[in-house]
Design a protein around this ligand. Structure first.
Ligand code: 4AD
Ligand code: MG
Length: 462
C-alpha cells in the first residue's frame, strides 16, 4: 500500500522500501537523471523523487511526466544530500496513471491570483494555499466535534429542509417540486402550496437553532453542525449563500454561561489547529497575512473583551473616525463598526451584548424594560461578526408577543412555543460561522477561498 507523504516526511527512515502515489508538482531534468516533486495532499511539502536511467522506461516516463500528472513510484528512501529535505525517494519503478498536457494544464509553476483560481474550482485545491486551507478546515471540523464530544454534548442532525424561518429575516431559498412554468394557483391568485411536495411552503434552513433547541430540552447540551443557506444578495468577502454553521445549545444556561462557552471554544479551536497543522499555519503567516500567528496567540492568551451594545455605541460615537454608516443608538452594527471595535480599539475579540430589540431575532430573551434583548455577537479582528447568539426567551407569553411583533405567524411556531409550555428552562446558544472561523484563522481575505465550492450570487459552476 502507498504511504502518505506527510508520514514519510515525518517518520520515514533511510533504507525503507516505500510506494507513493500523487501528482507531480515540478520536474527538473538533468543529464541522466530527473528530480520530480510529488504531492499527495497530505502535507504542504511534497516528496522529492529521483529517477535515473536505471528506472525502467526512464526516457519515456520522463517525457510524459509533467506538472499535474498522476504517478505511482516505488523505491528506496534515502537521506537527501540536497538542501531542503531530510529524505528523498530513489525510484525503482514509476508508473504514470494520467498525463497532464503541459500546454493546457492551468496550474503552472507561477503564482496565480485567487480570482483566477476561483475560475478553476475543480483544480485549485492542488495549489499550496488552497491545500493548506482545506487541511486547516478539516482540522477545525474535527476540533469542533472533539470539543463538544469531550464535554458530553450530543451532535444533533437538524434538517436541511424546513418550514420555519429561524431568523425571521425572509432570506430563504424555496424548496419545491412544482413545475415553475405551470404553477397551480388558488382562487385568489396565490400559489397553491397544498399541491406542493410537502403540502405547504418549504425552504432550505437558515439555521438549525429552532430544532436544536427542542433537542436541548431533552438532552440538556447539544450541538448541530451542518450546512445552512441564506438568499441574502450580499456580494462581500464575508458572505456565502451556502455556509456551514456550528450551533451549540445549552439548557439551564444564561448569557454569562453562553459567553464563557464561546470563549473557551474559540481558544480550543485555535490551539488544536496550531498543534495539528503547524506547517500550514506557518505558511499562512509567511505568505498570506503576517499577523496570523500573533492573532492565534492573542486569541489563546487574551481575555475577550465584553461590552454592552449601548457602551459600544458610545465608543463608536467618540471614535476619531468617519464611518460610512453614521452611528447612533439603534443602528445595526456594520462591518466597519465591528472591525473598529475588535481590530482598532480593543485589538482582540469583543463580545457585544444586549442589542436593541428591534434589530434582533424574535427568540432572544427580552431584558427588563423591553428596549434590549440578551443577544451576544462575538466580533473578531478582520472578519467582524464570527459568532451570533443569545439567551432564548423561555417565557411563553413574552415569546408569543415577540413572534407577533416580528410580523410572524404564531401558528407556524406552535411546536416551538410548546417547548415553553412543557418544562421550559432558561437556555442559551450561539452559531459560529464555520467559514468565518477558517477565514479568521488562516488570514484568507475572501470567504470564497475557504470553502471548496463557494455558492454566491450567480456563482454555481462547480
Ligand atoms: O448571527 P446569525 O444569523 O445567527 C443565527 O443563525 C442563530 N440562529 C445562531 C444561534 O444562535 N444558534 O449567524 C451565525 C453566524 C454569524 O455570526 C456568522 O459567523 C455566520 O453565522 N454567518 C455567515 N457566514 C457566511 N455567510 C453568511 N451569509 C453568513 N450569515 C451568517
Ligand atoms: Mg448575526
Amino acid at each position: 500500500m502507498a504511504r502518505r507523504i506527510r508520514d514519510i516526511l515525518r517518520n520515514g527512515q533511510p533504507n525503507e522500501q516505500i510506494v507513493i502515489q500523487g501528482w507531480v508538482r515540478t520536474k527538473r531534468e538533468s543529464k541522466g537523471f530527473t528530480f520530480v516533486e510529488v504531492n499527495d495532499g497530505s502535507s504542504m511539502a511534497g516528496l522529492q523523487v529521483l529517477l535515473n536511467e536505471d528506472t525502467p522506461d526512464y526516457a519515456d516516463i520522463v517525457k510524459r511526466l509533467s506538472t499535474g500528472s498522476s504517478i505511482e513510484i516505488s523505491g528506496l528512501l534515502v537521506e537527501s544530500p540536497g538542501k531542503g529535505q531530510r529524505v528523498e525517494l530513489q525510484a525503482k519503478t514509476a508508473q504514470i496513471y494520467g498525463e497532464a498536457d503541459a500546454e493546457t494544464y492551468p496550474l503552472q509553476k507561477k503564482r496565480h491570483s485567487f480570482e483566477f483560481l476561483r475560475t478553476i474550482g475543480h483544480l485549485r485545491s492542488r495549489t499550496n494555499t488552497l491545500g493548506a486551507v482545506f487541511r486547516v478546515r478539516n482540522a477545525c471540523a474535527r476540533a469542533i466535534h472533539e470539543f463538544f464530544q469531550e464535554r458530553g454534548f450530543l451532535w444533533i442532525h437538524t434538517p436541511i429542509i424546513t418550514a420555519s424561518d429561524c431568523e425571521g429575516a425572509g432570506e430563504m431559498f424555496a424548496v419545491t417540486n412544482l413545475d415553475l412554468g405551470k404553477l397551480p394557483m388558488t382562487g385568489d391568485n396565490a400559489v397553491d402550496y397544498s399541491q406542493d411536495f410537502f403540502g405547504k411552503p418549504a425552504y432550505l434552513t437558515v439555521s438549525g437553532q429552532l430544532e436544536v433547541e427542542s433537542m436541548a430540552m431533552a438532552f440538556s447540551n447539544v450541538y448541530t453542525f451542518g450546512p445552512t443557506f441564506r438568499a441574502e444578495n450580499s456580494n462581500t468577502s464575508r458572505h456565502l449563500a451556502e455556509f456551514w454553521m456550528v450551533e451549540p445549545e445549552l439548557a439551564f444556561c444564561d448569557l454569562e454561561g453562553n459567553m464563557e462557552l464561546a470563549e473557551v471554544f474559540l481558544k480550543y479551536l485555535f490551539e488544536y489547529v496550531l498543534e495539528t497543522c503547524p506547517e500550514d499555519m506557518t505558511f499562512f503567516n509567511k505568505r498570506i497575512d503576517n499577523t496570523v500567528l500573533a492573532t492565534a496567540d492573542n486569541i489563546i492568551n487574551s481575555e475577550f473583551e465584553r461590552i454592552t451594545y449601548t457602551d459600544a455605541i458610545a465608543l463608536l460615537e467618540k471614535a476619531d473616525r468617519k464611518f460610512d454608516y453614521p452611528v447612533s443608538w439603534g443602528l445595526d452594527l456594520q462591518s466597519e463598526h465591528e472591525r473598529y471595535l475588535a481590530e482598532d480599539y480593543f485589538k482582540k475579540p469583543v463580545i457585544v451584548t444586549d442589542y436593541p430589540t428591534e434589530i434582533k431575532a424574535f427568540y432572544m430573551r427580552l431584558n427588563d424594560g423591553g428596549k434590549t434583548v440578551r443577544a451576544m455577537d462575538v466580533l473578531a479582528p478582520k472578519v467582524g461578526e464570527i459568532i451570533g447568539g443569545a439567551q432564548r426567551e423561555e417565557r411563553l407569553d413574552v415569546l408569543e408577543r415577540r413572534i407577533q411583533e416580528a410580523g410572524l405567524e404564531a401558528a407556524d411556531y406552535w411546536w416551538y412555543l410548546d417547548l415553553r409550555r412543557y418544562g421550559t428552562v432558561p437556555h442559551a446558544g450561539f452559531g459560529l460561522g464555520f467559514e468565518r472561523l477558517v477565514q479568521f484563522m488562516t488570514g484568507m481575505a475572501n470567504i470564497r477561498d475557504v470553502i471548496p465550492f463557494p455558492r454566491t450570487p450567480e456563482n454555481i459552476e462547480f
